[in-house]
Design a protein around this ligand. Sequence first.
Ligand code: ACM
Length: 691
Amino acid sequence: MITQPTEIGRRLGVAGCSALFAAIWACAGSAVAGPKINVMPLPERVKPVAGSLVIDAEFKIAIRGHRESRIERAAVRLIETIRTLTGIPIESHVGYNYRRATLVIECGGPCETRHAFGEDESHTLEITPQGATLRAANPIGVLRGLATFAQLVETSSEGFAVTATNIDDRPRFPWRGLLIDVCRHWQPMAVIKRNLDGMAAVKLNVLHLHLSDDQAFRVGSRQFPRLHRDGSDGHFFTAGDLREIASYAYDRGIRVVPEFDMPGHTTSWLVGYPDLAGSSGGITLETTWGVFDGCFDPTREELYSFLDTFFEEMTATFRDPFFHIGGDEVNGVLWDKSATVRSFRKRTGLSDNRDLQAHFNKRVSVLLEKRGRSMIGWDEILHPDLPPGTVIQSWRGGESLADAARRGFRGILSNGYYLDHLQPASFHYQVDPLSGGDDLTPDERALVLGGEACMWSEYVTPETIDSRIWPRLAAIAERLWSPGSVTDVDDMYRRLVHVNRHLDMLGLRHRANYVPMLERLSGRHPVDALRVLCDVVEPVKNYGRSAARRYTTTTPLNRLVDAARPESQSARRFSVLVDRALSGGAHGQPDRVLARHWLDFWRNNHGALAVVIRDSFLLREIEPLSRELASLSAVGIEALDFLERGAPPPATWSTAQVALLERAGQPQAELTLAIIPAIQKLVAAAGEISD
Ligand code: ACM
């Protein structure tokens, strides 16, 4: 019989599970009500003002100064968001002539151009109990200020309110992006749109769409229809879809940068157009992951006329000044095999495949330059011969970004921001685009434009992608927007709780899909016991899944590892609790009681979960994990017993538990128990008790 949280609450002498959770939250510093504002990214300057601005059914927005329909639509969206946040049926009162309004927007003028890079995003937000004023030089600044305002709406003792504050804000970096790979697993319009909403909420300004790879070509082409027909499973964006995405993004102050990866990662092009590789055909889409041989033949003139026509078509759809050509992971196998390529290299004095790729990049950059596009590519493209406007996107390390800057190239960082590595928010938060460039001159530092988080889609579907992006992306957004001095990890996690809820309200599915996925796994049984386990496990990190089994593009991603969140908040809170329990401070004793109850709860979970596991083919693989949660929790309780008694455990006990915990750290069903480090701390503390 599962021990329900309410029973634990009763035994704790508190009113029920809500009190237990409240205690845990408070202990993790998550429920602190106070003057700190709950906004991510944290603004550059925040000055508290007394009181708060009440948000009620009379909420109105007045727009003054520059008139633009984008501002009106953003104001209406803010009211819709506030309606969702508060449940109050607020009418969409947005006007130019209101004499009195809750929020006044003063916009100085238009943006430079429709797709300008490096627009002024600064704004001020003055919020008093009488009303709020948002001032910005252009509509982009207005959008950023509105995003802040929406996050400030809170439930207070007086009603819904925004804490009175003066905010003066601007971004640290002008390029703050998210890459979504729609190739390995197709991600439809709804995924893109809701993630654009999330990006706007945390002030990201670039959506990088990875549109072609070995597994699929995801854009419909009028000029070369075999690209999408032969090169995809039927899922691709039409030009109309892409225009819709672009205008949705534009409304939110987000640029859309397309990536067509070349000359490697091009199998999907070659299925319909094998001559691009100098092949006569028989090429099929890849269905697994990795680096494949499929590659353009850069010695063929026909390739460049093909790309010339292709770019003409694509630059009519994608209006951003930047165009991404990928350029990563060219293995050169086909080049080395080809007598034509070898003789071309010899004839033209290109010493190796790197030089040959540089030759290709140079030819491509000319095609893009004549259409007014700056080329961007992964760090493999870095070469002194590139046009000076080229941007290097570094996936291999901050050092290569610094290297690019030293050579006068602009760059953005993605190394350390790979969301598919499933690292905790704190890991990404500590990665700084300028960390590899201590010795850069101020001019060189200015060439580092910012960063982009990458959501590669080998292991995500439309159902799971949000949970791999959010809320951790908010921490990266803060790193890229807020001053470099904003580094308090605990405060980041405190605010992440709030922004996480906010993103949920905006329609992202990272929380909403969790329980339904667990219900699918539980079948006809209640989901509770499975949820207890899933709350404390994490999927293996850094592509550990690829070592566990062979995945293909059609492998169902419907197991517990797919439902589990990259970062277990329960485990993080338990870890904070254990740290406090062991710190010997005033909270030591009550925190030890609380930790014991959690461990007790987890120890007793297996009985109920075993029944669910028995009846679900998808859950069979997690039986050992569930058993392990019980046995490790029992170890934690034993450690607490020793600590309570102040009596050292026998040496054999410590040795055995250390070994047990070590073994338990190995992944099972591609999952690890995230509470192991905290239990290890309890065992270590028990082992340190002296006679
Ligand atoms: C990459 O991860 N190959 C850009």
